[in-house]
Design a binder for this molecule. Structure first.
Ligand SMILES: Nc1ncnc2c1ncn2[C@@H]1O[C@H](COP(=O)(O)OP(=O)(O)OP(=O)(O)O)[C@@H](O)[C@H]1O
Ligand SMILES: [Mg+2]
Length: 299
């Protein structure tokens, strides 16, 4: 059974004066065992709506989502996931340890296991020092890290994380990247939404791109990156002669003299360079990035 199977999920909200907001339109998506899938999309695309449906916080208008073959939102399905909501909020009069205690109890863990696992997850999320302080005094990043800590407590097989890196400083972001890679090494499945393309590049096997409630693309990250070299940035030893100025790389290049040569022009370009008696100072391949792919996909 696949950890996540989404089949033609549709969600229509009723807005003000009965206005219909189609947050999801027949979205279908699968996540395989042991896979890390990044869920990318602009603000308002429907990422959180998808995630809330997966964890049973909202009901779809039509279509369905299954987790390990169980209907999303059912008790069986909920037990098997670690869920980080978009803006985690806690009873802030509790300490982190007391909060984790509560989480452990809802998952039916005994007190020895809760104690042991709390130590483990507080350590992973660098919260050991703050564990006995009430959450009220936590910074935004600490609250986010506690949110992540509680997803790990019962060591589930599937992690559904809504913007896990949000609100974190570079150290915290690196911590979460390492955490996701570590979960992957342990054979866990991770589905997370994000706006940060570099994070997708760093940890994901695949990326799914959503815009206006529709799935726009689903690709292996390695395929996108390996799509290859689009062209070359070239700098000559001297300012480019008139016959090479058609290759000037944008307006700024008039000053720098940087040239951009599309891949299929490269041989012809090199002949021209030779004929003009120019010398090359630098050649650098320019690859299609995940960012280009994302922007093209959502436009
Ligand atoms: N409870 C609700 N009532 C009415 N409309 C809603 C509700 N929740 C979400 N929406 C609408 O559904 C659409 C998708 O919202 P969603 O929160 O899923 O986007 P998102 O991709 O998570 O965006 P962001 O990147 O900003 O978090 C938006 O147009 C939003 O206004
Ligand atoms: Mg969201």
């Amino acid at each position: 059974m696949k950890p996540i199977e989404v089949d033609k999920l549709t969600k229509t909200f009723r807005g003000k004066r009965g206005r219909r907001i189609e947050a999801l339109k027949e979205l279908s998506l699968g996540v395989a065992d042991g896979e890390v899938l990044g869920f990318l999309g602009p603000n308002g695309a429907g990422k959180s709506t998808t995630i809330k449906t997966l964890v049973g916080q909202i009901r779809p208008t039509s279509g369905k989502a299954m987790l390990f073959g169980e209907l999303a939102g059912s008790t069986e399905a909920r037990k098997r996931i670690g869920y980080l909501p978009e803006n985690p909020a806690f009873y802030d009069f509790l300490t982190a340890r007391e909060y984790l205690d509560l989480v452990g109890q809802t998952f039916g863990m005994d007190s020895a296991a809760i104690c042991r696992e709390s130590d483990r997850v507080l350590e992973i999320m660098a919260l050991t020092e703050a564990a006995e302080r009430s959450i009220r005094g936590y910074s935004k990043g600490m609250v986010q890290r506690l949110g992540l800590a509680q997803t790990l407590l019962h060591d589930p097989d599937l992690y559904i994380l809504d913007e896990p890196m949000s609100g974190l400083d570079p150290v915290g972001r690196a911590l979460v990247r390492d955490l996701i890679l570590d979960l992957k090494l342990r054979g866990k499945t991770v589905f997370f939404s994000t706006h940060v393309i570099a994070d997708v590049e760093a940890v994901c096997d695949r990326v799914a791109i959503i815009a206006q409630g529709e799935l726009r693309a689903e690709n292996a990250v390695s395929d996108i990156i390996a799509e290859g070299i689009e062209g070359y940035r070239v700098r000559l030893e001297q300012p480019p002669p008139p016959e090479l100025q058609e290759y000037l790389d944008g307006e700024l290049a008039v000053k720098t003299g940087d040239l951009y040569v599309p891949r299929h022009h490269f041989n012809a370009f090199m002949q021209q360079v030779d004929q003009a008696g120019c010398a090359i100072h630098l050649i650098e391949p320019r690859r299609k990035s995940l960012e280009d792919f994302f922007l093209k996909t959502i436009s």
